[in-house]
Each structure stands twice: as C-alpha cells, then as structure tokens.
Ligand binder design. Structure first.
Ligand SMILES: Cc1ncc(COP(=O)(O)O)c(C=O)c1O
Length: 413
C-alpha cells in the first residue's frame, strides 16, 4: 500500500470504524464487503437507535394515550420528518413509509395507475430497470390491457435519449425510470426525462433505491411525481423504505390496503379514509425500522453526500483503472455519469465460480443477473460479477482485490 493510498484511506477510516460488522472475518480472512448495492452495512448509530427504541420506548404508534405510545409516535414521526427534509419534499404528508422500493412501486401501480388505465394505454419504462420496476407494470398490463414500452439502453449502458421522444404517445400514462442502475451504476438524467414527461402530461415514478446512498436527492428539483426509497441500501434497516408522492396525486388516490390506521371512521355500511400519509399506511408499521431509517438519514447527512460522493467517485475511478489491467476483464456499463458500481465479466471465467473463489479470500461480491434479467440479456450475458462500493470501502481493499481476481482467473482458465 503506497503512502498516497494510506493517506486517502486514513481520511475516511473513522467512517469505517462506525460499522461493527466490517471488523469480522470470513474464511479466516478480513471481510471486504463489496456488495452494498444488494444491501449496505449499518453503522452503530442506526443499531443504537433501534436498540434504544426497543429497550426504552417500544409501544404502538398513533393509538395510545399512555406515555410510551406518545414517545414511540414522536420518534416514528420524527423519522418521517427527517426523510422529508432529506429529499426536500414539500410536506410530511408526501412521505409514505413502505417496506421498500418494491412495495412503493406496487402501491403506485395499483392505487394510482390502475383506476386510471384503459386498455391500450401505455406505460413506459427503461431496459435497465430492476425487476421491481418491471413486474408490477406487467401485472397491471394483465389486469387492464395496457401496453408496456421500453426505452433502449446504449452499449455503454446509458439511456438512449434519442429513442425516447418516439416512444411517447398520447396514450402514455406513466414513465418509470431507475435513478441509478444497480447493475451498471448508470446515473440517469432524471430531471431531463421528468421535464420531457411533464410536457406531455405523463406521470413519472423514479426508482431511487440505489440513488439515495450516493446522491443528494431533491424531489422538487427533479420534478418527479413519485420517488421510491429503500432503507437497507442507505445504511438503514431492511423492511423499511418510503414512497414520495406529490400531495395532489396522493390526495386523489384511493387507499391501497385496508385495515387499522388508514381509516377515519368505520361502520359496517361505510368507511372513511384517514388523512395523508396514514391513508397509505394500513396496519402497525415497522416502527423500529422507520426510526432506524431516520438515524441512517442523520448519519448520511452528518457525513454529507458531497463527501460521500467524492470518496466513492475516487474509489470508482481507482477500481476501474486497476480492474482494466486484468487480462480479459470487461466492464459492463461505462456510462459517463456513474455511481460506484463495477459490473464485469472475465473471458473464460463464469461469474459464479469467480464469486465463490474470491469469497474464500474474504471478498463479498455479487454475481448473477442482479434482478435485471432483461438488461443482462441485452448485453448478451448470462450473468456478471459486481463489486459495489460504499462510503466504508477503501483503496487498500480494491488493491487487495486485484491479486484475488488474478488468482481466481489462473485457477478457472
Ligand atoms: C434499482 C433497485 N430498485 C429496486 C430495488 C428493490 O428495493 P427493495 O429491496 O427496497 O424493495 C432494488 C434492490 O435491489 C434496486 O437495486
């Protein structure tokens, strides 16, 4: 490890120290966690917030007059407030807690779009969507006779913007686009696409699962109608995420699921709905999860997304340069604007075998289709290997990855 590299890593070492899991070993080797796009590790601040909740404040929210219930409600709503400020939503009524991005997209498909769709209406998505931004629309297509259209992706892994205008028609009702591709790292020009959609009166939903840990997201500046978030990708817990929706749209929508919390009054004859955001939060929510997510937002905000992005861009460039030196290695996804995800294939080496071998050296990478089967097929591949980098990764880890990769290649070729 050179002096320059040590200096670079030293600047971020204290971030890394926040993540207890990173000090463990795998197969007797120090763990190198390169799978944050699948799920990130949690800092002690998030673990602490959830632990405190269960030890000190656990009660159901919005229901009790007793003190604990009030405390739980305050903590839960404070988490919503943090998320609201973090994405610059104009009101907390626009932030609905969900299980994650998948549930948020399904909510929009069923509660927003389904009642508006006629057979022959069109839904536009891109070729680089995660399955969670494909399958809910296909299900809707089966239910309504709508048509699903797909914006192509270029060989470098960018959205083919030239093809977009022709795909828009008078019947386009929804445009769904991933902000940052989990499989390629591509950062899509969301603001531009949303502006185009708005000019045509098309509603937009942006899948922000992978953007939230890397980019400062301002939903008003992006100009989207809906935006989805996943707690576990942004150093928060699993099973919690959120949907941002413009208030006017959420107000006009019917509820999605029925049950407690989402009602104002119930008789056997008739039920009336609660106000936003409760209208879309039937049942007891993931209270500790939301509080953990609030702590994750605080954590990201404290470090600052600018500092995180600068560090990750440095790692991305460093990893890309080093990995390109490996004979027969090809990076899949070379967009000009990229987050810290490196998908790659190596001639004569199956990604799964590669992943298994490097795991024995302590490296956790992902191999497969990354829940983007149509995209991986578009590149004529069965699978890729993916190293996804986060704020706690270091140049040193990348440097040590290269000999592990070379050794795997020697064994497998
Ligand atoms: C781009 C993208 N969208 C959506 C999802 C699904 O998110 P969640 O697990 O929160 O439902 C993922 C998770 O891998 C993702 O990477």
């Amino acid at each position: 490890m050179s002096a320059v590299i040590s200096e670079h890593d030293a600047r971020t070492q204290h971030w890394r120290d926040d993540f207890p899991l990173l000090s463990r070993q795998v197969h007797g080797k120090p763990l190198v966690y390169f799978d944050s796009a699948a799920t990130a590790q949690r800092p002690r601040q998030v673990l602490q917030a959830m632990d405190d909740f269960y030890r000190q404040h656990n009660a159901n929210v919005h229901r009790g007059v007793h003190s604990l219930s009030g405390e739980a409600t305050d903590l839960f709503e404070a988490a919503r407030r943090k998320l609201c400020q973090h994405i610059n939503a104009s009101s907390e009524r626009e932030v609905i807690f969900t299980r994650g991005s998948t549930e948020a997209i399904n909510l929009v498909a069923q509660a927003y779009l389904r009642p508006l769709l006629q057979a022959g209406d069109e839904i536009l998505i891109s070729h680089m969507e995660h399955h969670s931004n494909i399958v809910p629309w296909q299900m809707l297509r089966e239910q309504t006779g709508a048509v699903l259209k797909v914006i192509p992706v270029t060989d470098s892994g960018e959205l083919d913007l030239q093809a977009l205008p022709e795909l828009i028609s008078e019947r386009t009702r929804m445009l769904g686009l991933v902000h940052v591709s989990n499989a390629l790292g591509t950062i899509n020009p969301v603001r531009e696409v949303c502006a185009l959609a708005r000019r045509h009166g098309i509603t937009t939903i942006i899948d922000g699962a992978q953007a939230m840990p890397h980019l400062a997201v301002d939903v008003q500046a992006l100009g989207c109608d809906f935006y989805t978030m996943s707690g576990h990708k942004m150093y928060g817990p699993t099973g919690i995420g959120a949907l941002y929706g413009r208030e006017a749209l959420l107000e006009a929508m019917p509820p999605w699921q029925g049950g407690g919390e989402m009602i104002r009054t119930v008789t056997f004859e008739e039920t009336t709905w609660n106000d936003l955001p409760a209208k879309f939060e039937a049942g007891t929510p993931n209270i500790a999860g939301a509080i953990g997510l609030g702590a994750a937002v605080d954590y990201i905000a404290k470090i600052g997304l600018d500092a995180i992005a600068a560090h990750e861009q440095d790692l991305l460039q460093f990893a890309t340069d080093k990995m390109r030196e490996i004979d027969g290695l090809r990076i899949i996804g070379e967009a000009r604007d990229k987050a810290s995800v490196v998908s790659f294939v190596i001639d004569g080496v199956h990604p799964h075998d590669l992943g298994t071998i490097v795991d024995h050296h302590g490296f956790a990478i992902r191999t497969g289709h990354h829940c983007t089967m149509p995209l991986i097929k578009r590149f004529g591949l069965p699978a890729t290997a993916r190293a996804s980098l986060a704020l706690y990764n270091t140049r040193h880890e990348i440097e040590s990855f290269i000999p592990a990769l070379r050794q795997a290649c020697d064994m497998l070729r």
